[in-house]
Design a protein around this ligand. Sequence first.
Ligand SMILES: [Ca+2]
Length: 132
Amino acid sequence: MAQASSHREAPFISGQPKVDGTDLYMFRSYEPGREGFVTILANYQPFQDPQGGPNFAMFNPDALYEINIDNTGDGVEDLTFQFRFKNTSKATALTVGGKQVKIPLINSGPISGVNPASLNVRETFTVDLVRG
Ligand SMILES: [Ca+2]
């Protein structure tokens, strides 16, 4: 039996795009000295374009994102990677009509580097590995 993620064709998950897992990729590392490693990529929130700002797709801080790995071939997970996300607002305010007005946007200007002043909402995550 194969299980796969949806691409918005499932009615329930189409109403919750932030937790809609669209693709999962796994490949063996080809870098020298890392032959024993596997890289896993997971995509969520389908059909988001880079130019789709100013509020770009963020993960749901109320959701638990899990990637289950069966490495014994019995269809039962042996490793589970659990991701939890947190959004922290800097409460950036701009002067509008002489008043300080908090912006509802993720950023107030171009983003370059990690955590620049123009970034209003910072998204961080934790990952836990559950065995068994
Ligand atoms: Ca297993």
